[in-house]
Write a protein that binds this ligand. Sequence first.
Ligand SMILES: Nc1ncnc2c1ncn2[C@@H]1O[C@H](COP(=O)(O)OP(=O)(O)OP(=O)(O)O)[C@@H](O)[C@H]1O
Length: 320
Amino acid sequence: MIELEGLTKRYGEKVAVNNLTFAVRPGIVTGFLGPNGAGKSTTMRMMLGLDRPTAGDVRIDGQHYDRLKDPLKYIGALLDAKAMHGGRSAFNHLLCLAQSNGIPSSRVHEVLETVGLTSVARKKAKGFSLGMGQRLGIAGALLGDPRILMFDEPVNGLDPEGIHWIRNLMKSLAAQGRTVFVSSHLMSEMALTADHLVVIGQGRLLADTSMADFIAQNSRSYVRIRTPQRERLLDVLHGAGITVVEAGGEVLEVDGSKSERIGELAAQHQIVLHELSPQRASLEEAFMRLTAESVEYHAHSDAPLEQEQREPWGDGWRKD
Ligand SMILES: Nc1ncnc2c1ncn2[C@@H]1O[C@H](COP(=O)(O)OP(=O)(O)OP(=O)(O)O)[C@@H](O)[C@H]1O
């Protein structure tokens, strides 16, 4: 379990993390979402004692990170896959980590096998692709067989097979009762992996809820209907007190989840339906809806900005 209490980090005037209170629980995968610059990496760094909070507290199984004896046995983390000595082989990189944390060297072979790097274990890490580097970082996180795992953008650079592998790995770690905390900008992937979500924007907590509730609370659910007998169906639905949004052509939309009722009414009145499908927004839509106001950097695909609106980080970007 990871517990945050009023966690705050300021860099000068900038409040990177603002009074965050939440718990990351064992047995499930918790996704950590937020737009660019929301404060995710800063929060994760504070969890690992790499940044000191300006205020508040974060505890790993009830203790501060810096009080943990052999911390890799409590919490394993992948923050930056490139943060390793490129001149060392994968094996030696892991061996150094193991030796400095009281972990038997036999464990190095096990984790190399788990992440699929056994055949390149003696090769220098600087020759590794981004995906291989991610796998080596994950091996380091698993080395101490910790109860808590934290991954910052773990699928970055992985091919589809690698993405599938890490999804299953995270799910199986959670199924073993471990605490799994993972950030990603890949919403479709997060939707398949996480059971619970913590969402932040501009350093503040925006949501701490199950995946299903998050999507339900931040999106419109409706039924999409296609019929060649549009006018007849409209009359029937109006007669039954059902409000219809007309989407053009053969398509009608009805807010809520009334597909059974609509299907029954259509059958009663012998109206042909070509489609009757309940629609639920994707995690991506729900996320964009919730975080729209806390996105700091917007790309504009319309007309180019006037010169005076441009900012030094590049054409087409504007800080609101
Ligand atoms: N060392 C630092 N000094 C000054 N400002 C910093 C520092 N580290 C982070 N920040 C600022 O704090 C804010 C949060 O940054 P952070 O990297 O935690 O966001 P993030 O959610 O991880 O973003 P991304 O999704 O882009 O990786 C940003 O505005 C960033 O510029």
